[in-house]
Design a protein around this ligand. Sequence first.
Ligand SMILES: O=C(O)CCC(=O)C(=O)O
Ligand SMILES: [Fe+2]
Length: 229
Amino acid sequence: MQLNSGNYLQIDELLNAQELSAILNLINQAGFSDGKSTASDAAAGVKQNKQISAENNFQAQQIGQIVSQAISRNRRIQSAIFPKIILPPLVSFYEPGMHYGTHVDSPLMGTQFTIRTDVGMTLFLSPPESYEGGELEVITEAGTKLFKPTAGAAVIYPTTRLHQVLPVTSGKRMAVVTWMQCAIRDSGQREIIDQINQVLDQMGQAEHKETRLVLQQVYSNLIRMWAEL
Ligand SMILES: O=C(O)CCC(=O)C(=O)O
Ligand SMILES: [Fe+2]
């Protein structure tokens, strides 16, 4: 049972070793361009990085498929986030001197189709000891939170929050960034559903049979009440 909020979810092994190396190979085959091209006017002023965008880029599309599969099979993400649509990802690259200053992500994104961005996800690709700085900092309801997990780990956070990537001072930081529209839009409602699901997971199948049934009913009925498809 996770007592911390499902609204700031860190998944330590979203990717397995093969998926991580497949993504790194695909990145080697593709070229980076200036990150400002996909930022809104407000964000472009503070965005200083390089990126590969999935639009018209074969390798980025392949990366998107690997990431989507990893998201689909991850039980924590399914329980806490309810992803309905996942945007084709961006691969971002920061070397010394680069950063992405405090900004808010666009509420609606996508070119082939538009989604409402309910949560953002950073999938870290570089070992944390290989670069200095480059933390993802999110200004949460309870103060700032810094994330710099291992390669293959992901952080998912509500897109309602201001956030930044702190300057990289040595080494290279590579990450896959994407956004999702959730079947349950409200993060407070998602948290309730996630908590019930985790309690159900911990109750034995045999014991508490009646209680479990009632809780399953509450769980299902709340999803019916809150999900938009
Ligand atoms: O690279 C990151 O961790 C986040 C990047 C970001 O905030 C963005 O692309 O909007
Ligand atoms: Fe952002």
